[in-house]
Design a protein around this ligand. Sequence first.
Ligand code: CP
Ligand code: NVA
Length: 308
Amino acid sequence: MKGKDLLSVNDLSAAEVYRIFALARELKAKQKRGEEHYLLKGKTLGMIFQKASTRTRVSFEAGMWQLGGSALFLSANDLQIGRGEPVKDTARVLSRYLDGIMIRTFSHAEVEELARWADIPVINGLTDYLHPCQALTDIFTAVEHKGTVKGRKLAYIGDGNNMVNALLHTCAKVGMDIAVATPPAYAPDPQVVLEAKAAAAEHGSEVTLVNDPKAAVAEADVLYTDVWASMGQEAEQAVRRKAFAGYCVDEALLKLAKPDAIVMHCLPAHRGEEITDAVMEGPQSAIFDEAENRLHVQKAIMALLMGN
Ligand code: CP
Ligand code: NVA
């Protein structure tokens, strides 16, 4: 995987997904034991942010330090890119200084353009379209909790956004069933659904799209939700609050899943909207394990793409 980009989980093979998981497991164990694991000694990651972040910024930056390298926080507003310098020029210049770029921005096409022109690995830290590092972390976390995910089922309740797009790709790659419940006007991206269905057919799992949350959660091993209004959709908040009434992961909905189902949310959460406080803080919540695992999974990704 050396030198590759990570823009979409759909670009990875199932074997590559499991390679990331295996290294993440190893690096997590080493970090817990306090053992050095300087796989990126002397390397530098540039982190371009056009949107806010807590987890992505801190886990990538801490991860680089733990791997013996360093990370630069680059606010897109302070870079010349914010004043109109072309992405293709920025990509070539940064490639002369850095060993990898992580970018969080609005346009997925911009990230693809950056990757096309950069000579170093580019990692997608979230676009309006996909959030692959989060989805890989989520399925890694599901494997930790459930032992295996093949033949198990994830139910996603809420907005058909970047998060569910990435989960569709990732579940399909590992042969995990995914059922998505959204209001009719907020379904996941049709191209992503096609890609996920093709991968699911290859790996023996199912992709189901419904409107009724209850139908989605039946027999589910993992319940997943995300905010109703993503970054950049703040103006639609009131309209969306109405459209998504009935799509809250609360204790009643959780009861309809398998009794040992776990609950996930990529965070940040809006308690009382897509998830209740009781479910977030309840015994079935794996949400903070999931947040922690961003660190371990991304360290594995960086080591595989940027390592020697
Ligand atoms: N889940 C996630 O990507 O969180 P941040 O927006 O805080 O990075
Ligand atoms: N769908 C959310 C995910 C945040 C990590 C957003 O894009 O804002």
